[in-house]
Design a protein around this ligand. Structure first.
Ligand code: MEV
Length: 438
């Protein structure tokens, strides 16, 4: 039976690895070798990574790829993507090229409001609380001026603070519902710092408020935290062309393609089981850009899926229609992204990814990311309604299977040719591999 370890974070990196090897690795030598294989020779860079989190023992690499030829609002972009799934960058590149020949992507930011809340309980007269709130609101804003000064100077800051009565949902539960404009920062630290100050001021002022009884003064702040649900931090991207221009797929007419495409989107809107997979495909593109640009993909994921379910039913993030002979395909989703702060100026690869995108503002990055999601969805639906998803997917996955089998470079070349006109399947690769090795 293993014993809990004391003071682990205080051990050196080597000591942590030793401890792991002793307690958890099947083959200590091999485990240590793998961990050290991923260390960076540049000690400065390694130290930077070591200090991103606690207990760093190695680095976890993901492929960093690029999808070129994205025509967005008449500018050409090469979009950086960090992702492990074989077919994602290939699919994005294919979509980019397809739409570059049909007018490109049009994108616009609809709103950029972020949200944070101070959750508290209050037992007492509600009208008195409302009167207290009117009194305290300017003090909340004043007291946080040292936090908001710089953001205010740049044109952002606190947009509003509202008192919300949530007692219908939970006994004695109220909140300060606060909205912010954080410009090019994702804003989590800024928002949380403001909220914690609001909470402090709110309690202090309640305690000194003469109209409150001693019970009413005793406001309990449960927590102060930003919300990753940002339905008013929205971006839209779209493509459109004449139906007859949807003419690249050999075995399907443009009209049938357009109609089947719209039907596929309608199915995602009608059926949550399909909608989840449909949106997962969109997030293949979104997350890859979010990661490559050093943004918080967990926050984006949580916010996007909540948005997809905002009506109470989980539906598609994309929409398609045919009207007057024009095929239109669009996405609308919330994206709270930053291009300053966080690791954006620390992580050399993130810095380079942003440079590749011409050092975008947060709004520009929202548009680029939404386009990556739309492009990914177009590629997925296009495959699904024509040749099926496995052809392209397995073609890209072929090298993974061959690597697992320990194929040589020569054998890999052979297999790429062998499967040129065939659909790749795991068993077919293994059979053929065994055959040629025999
Ligand atoms: C795979 O990662 C994503 C797809 O399943 C998306 C979809 O079905 O639309 C291909």
């Amino acid at each position: 039976m293993k014993k809990p370890v004391e003071g682990f974070s205080k051990l050196t990196k080597e000591q942590k690895i030793e401890w792991l090897a002793e307690n958890y690795f099947k083959n200590s030598e091999e485990g240590i070798k793998i961990l050290k294989q991923y260390w960076n020779n540049d000690t400065g860079l390694q130290k930077l990574h070591d200090e991103f989190i606690e207990n760093t023992i190695s680095n976890f690499y993901l492929p960093f790829g690029v999808a070129p030829n994205f025509l967005i609002n008449n500018d050409l972009y090469a979009i950086p993507m960090a992702i492990e799934e074989s077919s994602v960058v290939a699919a994005a590149s294919k979509s980019a090229k397809y739409w570059a020949g049909r007018g490109g992507f049009k994108a616009k930011v609809i709103s950029t409001e972020k949200i944070g809340q101070v959750h508290f309980t209050y037992t007492g007269n509600k009208e008195k609380l409302e009167r207290f709130f009117i009194y305290v609101k300017p003090i909340l804003i004043d007291d946080s001026s040292s936090i908001t000064r710089n953001m205010n100077k740049r044109g952002g800051g606190i947009l509003n603070i509202e008192l919300k009565d949530k007692t219908n949902d939970l006994d004695n539960y109220f909140q300060l519902h606060c909205t912010f404009e954080t410009l090019d920062a994702m804003g989590a630290n800024f928002i949380n710092s403001c909220l914690e100050q609001f909470a402090k001021t709110f309690r202090r002022e309640a305690n000194n408020y003469n109209d409150f009884t001693s019970e009413e003064k005793d406001i309990h702040v449960v927590m102060s935290i930003l919300s990753n649900y940002v339905p008013d931090c929205l971006v839209r991207a779209e493509v459109s062309c004449k139906v007859e221009e949807l003419n690249e797929d050999k075995n399907i007419s443009p009209t049938e393609f357009a109609e089947k495409f719209v039907q596929a989107i309608n199915i995602a809107n009608a059926e949550p089981y399909r909608a989840v997979t449909h949106n997962k495909g969109i997030m293949n593109g979104v997350d890859a850009v979010v990661l490559a640009t050093g943004n918080d993909f967990r926050a984006v994921e949580a916010g996007v899926h909540a948005y997809a379910a905002k009506t109470g039913k989980y539906t598609s993030l994309t929409h398609a229609e045919i009207k007057d002979g024009i095929f239109r395909f669009r996405i609308q989703l919330p994206l709270a992204l930053g291009t300053v702060g966080g690791i954006t100026s620390l992580h050399p690869l993130v810095k380079l990814a942003l440079e590749m995108l011409n050092n975008p503002s947060a709004k520009e990055l929202m548009m680029i990311t939404a386009v990556a999601g739309l492009a990914q969805n177009f590629a997925a639906i296009r495959s699904l309604i024509t040749v099926g998803i496995q052809k392209g997917h397995m073609k890209m996955h072929l090298l993974n299977i061959l690597n697992q089998l320990g194929a040589t470079e020569q054998e890999k070349e052979y297999f790429v040719k062998y499967f040129k006109d065939k659909t790749v399947s795991h068993s077919e690769v293994v059979n053929e591999f065994n055959r040629i090795r025999a």
